[in-house]
Structures are given as C-alpha cells and as structure tokens.
Ligand binder design. Structure first.
Ligand code: ADP
Length: 445
C-alpha cells in the first residue's frame, strides 16, 4: 500500500509532467524545441548533464544540450549508431536504458574531455513508427536515477517526440506556404507584366487604326472627287472601256472608303465618342434594309435569306444608323462564311433578361463553315480574323473572302453602347459538314 507521502510525491511528479508537456505543445519552432525539451525535462527528472540526440544516418547528433562544459568540441560531438551499442539496443526494444555506474559497463564509451558522470539514463524518441533519436541524461553519482525517474523520463520522451514531429510538420507546412506564396507572387507579377504588354499592344493597335484612318481619309476624298469629275468627262463618256475602267476604280475606292469608315467607327468606339441619336426603331425595318442592300450578293452567291417572326417584336430604342451597321456586319459575315446555295435565317423573340430587363433577341443563323469554340469570343477582338491575311479577297461577299477583322468589334461596341449584348454560338468549324453559326443580338426594348 502506498504511503500518503508517496501519493503526494507521485501527484507532484504527474503535475510537473503535465505542466512540462503543456509547455512543449506551445512551442512549434523546431530549432528551439530540443532545448525547450531538456529544460522542461529537468522539472520532471533531475539531471546534471542532458543531451537530445537525433539520428542522422549512421550517427547521432547532439541537437540540444544542458549542463555540458563550455567547450567548442561540443559542436562536433556525435555518437555512432552501430550494431551492438546501447542506442542500437534501445532502437530495437524501444525502451529506456539505465546504467547505474558507467565505469562497470563494457558498452560505455567515455568522451575523454567530459567529466565523468557515473549514472546514465537513455530514453528513446519514438516517432513515425521508429526510434529517431534519444534523450541522454547523466548524474555525477552512481545509482542516482530511480525507477520513477525512468518512468517519468519515458513518459516525457513520448510527448517530446510527438512535439518534435509536430514542429517539423508545422515547419514543413510553413515553408511550403511561404514557397507557394512566393510562387503566387511571381506568377501574379508575370501576369501583370503580360497584361501590361497586351494593353500596350492593344493601345498600339487603336493608335494605328486611328492614325491610318485619318491619314487615308483626305487622299481618298480627293480621289473620289476626281473620279466623279472624270465620269463627267466627254472622253470617258464616249469610251465604254474607259468608263468600265473608271467604274472598277470607283468600286475599289468605295470599298476602301468603307474600310476607312469602319476604322473611324472603331476609333470613336475606343474613345467613347460614338455619335448616338436614339429613337424607337423596329428590328424588322433594319433587317429589310440589309436584305435589300445585299440582295445582289445573296443572288450572286445563290443564298436564301429567311426572315421570320420579326414583325411582332416591340421596337428598340437605339440609333438606327449604328444598329444598321451591326446587322450589316453580321449578315455580310453570314454571307461570306456560308457556301453557295446556303440558307441564312433571321428570327427573333421578346425576352426578359436578368441584366438588361425587357429585350428583343435577334438571331442570325447560317449553315456555313462554323466557328471553333476557342474563337467564339476572339472574333470580337479588333483586327482578329480566322482567315489567313494572304488569302483575303477583294470581293465583299466572296465565300471566305475575309476582311480587316473590324466588323464584329464595331458591332459589339455599338451594341454595348445600347446596353445590349452580342455573342456567337457554333458547334465548331468544319468546312465539309458546315455546322453553321448563330449570332445573337440582345437589345433593350
Ligand atoms: P472580317 O472583316 O474578317 O469579316 P469580322 O470582325 O466581321 O471581321 O469577323 C471576324 C472573324 O469572325 C472573321 O474573320 C471570321 O473568321 C469569323 N466569323 C464571323 N462571322 C462568321 C460566320 N458567320 N461564320 C464563320 N465565321 C465567322
């Protein structure tokens, strides 16, 4: 039966153990923790000299020490972990080793420059299912460690090993986080630089379009004036071949004029100075006008334009001239990218849109070459064209004739100025099965 004094001592020891363990769990710095372990262990098991050693391959390195003489050799103090020695024994049994008097133990190797302490207690540090090191305690006197000391040191070492493992994990995670943060910072910086470059390139594009349009406009106006004068000339009137040549020049000049006008429109959209005169306008009137203007292209290319369900749509509030340009762009594209004999359908419906409220949605559907999914948005970028520039044709409605890549950019700019939306849908690009494309235009009514 235990005596009350024994009970008291045991209670105090357990209390000391719990206190020490609490301190350990607070310290997550793996560099400081070994020293802290030895410090806290001294409250639980008294000792004169203590070392925490961790296994590093075939040797044990001192990670922290207490009570050693001040001597620089201590930094190089290592203990080999060899078969047959005490540590190897401890690793196998995972249990503490007590030597009451090291002078009588053949396994003991006394370091010559260390004062001789006769009692030795070694407790294994067990983590990740193996012994990773040990705590080595010595006392001057022989037989100084009691069985209670062994028990307490063992219990303490178990907690210390867990604390060491946690601290290492915590440090690994912290390091990983720091590296991750650094990588995120670097990638963000790279993205920011790429964005700057893209913005600069976009500005360059806009500047080029702006300058080129203004530079071309004046000589073009002069050319058109002279062409008008030449057409009146008697010599031209009398010569069918001259008149025909002049008509060719006039057509080319008109085409160039269209391109320059588009460039100017784009410059106005970019600079947000679009001349905007809104009124109530019906979609059907705009579509009929386009149908009429492009009837010769439709006939040349043997394309059918079907208009359906637009008469009943409510009018939209917008600039008729600007909206006409939108429908012209989308319809001329449908003509250009649909093979001869194809069908273009234009239909619409009133809808309630979450962002824009009461709207009309107009769809322009063709059964042409279609558009790749990755390009469905890109085609609205300025100067973007899926065609090879070298293959561009001068004919406005030639199949796959291509163009400067401004039409849809302008169309989107105009629609956005009307607080609407324009987007394209297509099952994909295929020039054998012709999956077709549908352009949706949403305008507040
Ligand atoms: P472009 O002057 O080249 O016609 P757009 O801005 O009008 O410029 O169109 C951009 C690109 O979008 C075109 O080059 C073409 O590749 C693609 N595209 C536009 N409409 C269609 C369509 N109906 N079918 C297939 N591709 C189209």
């Amino acid at each position: 039966m235990q005596k009350p004094a024994d009970n008291q001592a045991s209670f105090q020891m357990q209390h000391a153990l719990i206190q020490a363990q609490r301190h350990l769990s607070e310290d997550l710095n793996p560099q400081e923790l070994p020293g802290r372990i030895l410090e806290q262990l001294a409250f639980v098991v008294p000792y004169e000299r203590g070392a925490l050693m961790l296994q590093d391959g075939p040797i044990l390195r001192i990670t922290a020490q207490r009570g050693f003489p001040i001597d620089e050799r201590i930094d190089n103090l290592v203990m080999p972990a060899r078969p047959g020695d005490i540590y190897e024994e401890m690793s196998k049994t995972v249990s503490p080793e007590l030597i009451d008097d090291v002078t009588t133990d053949a396994r003991w190797m006394q370091v010559d420059w260390l004062p001789l302490n006769r009692s030795w207690l070694g407790v294994p540090l067990f983590a990740k299912n193996r012994v990773v090191g040990m705590v080595s305690l010595t006392r001057v006197e022989a037989g100084a460690f009691s069985q209670a000391d062994v028990l307490m040191a063992t219990a303490f070492a178990m907690q210390a090993a867990v604390a060491l493992e946690n601290a290492t994990l915590y440090q690994e995670i912290t390091l990983f986080n720091q590296r991750l943060e650094q990588t995120v910072l670097e990638r963000t910086e790279a993205l920011r630089r790429a964005l700057d470059t893209l913005e600069r390139m976009d500005r360059n594009k806009s500047d080029f379009i702006n300058v080129a349009a203004h530079e071309l406009r004046t000589p073009l106006t002069v050319m058109k004036g002279y062409i008008g004068m030449m057409k009146m000339d008697a010599a031209v009137k009398a010569s069918p071949s001259l008149a025909q040549t002049l008509t060719g020049i006039e057509k080319g000049t008109d085409r160039l004029h269209d391109v320059v006008n588009n460039m100017l429109d784009l410059a106005r959209i970019d600079n947000q100075v679009l001349d905007f005169k809104p009124e109530h306008v019906t979609v059907v009137s705009l579509v009929r006008r386009v149908q009429l203007d492009y009837s010769h292209y439709l006939a040349d290319r043997k394309l059918t334009l079907q208009v359906d369900g637009l008469d009943s749509l409510p009018p939209v509030y917008g600039d008729p001239a600007l909206l006409l340009k939108v429908f012209q762009s989308v319809v001329i594209n449908a003509i250009k990218y649909t093979p001869d004999g194809g069908i273009i359908k234009i239909y619409g419906r009133p809808i309630q849109d979450a962002q824009a409220g009461s709207c009309v949605e107009v769809c322009i559907q063709d059964n042409g070459i279609g558009i790749d999914e990755v390009q469905l948005e890109l085609i609205f970028e300025k100067l973007y064209t899926t065609n090879q520039v070298a293959l561009h044709s001068s004919g406005k409605a030639t199949f796959k004739g291509g163009g400067p890549g401004l039409g849809l950019t302008i169309a989107r700019g105009i629609i956005q100025a009307h607080r609407g939306r324009i987007w394209a849908e297509s099952p994909g690009h295929d020039e054998t099965i012709f999956p077709g494309s549908t352009f949706h235009i949403l305008l507040p009514s």
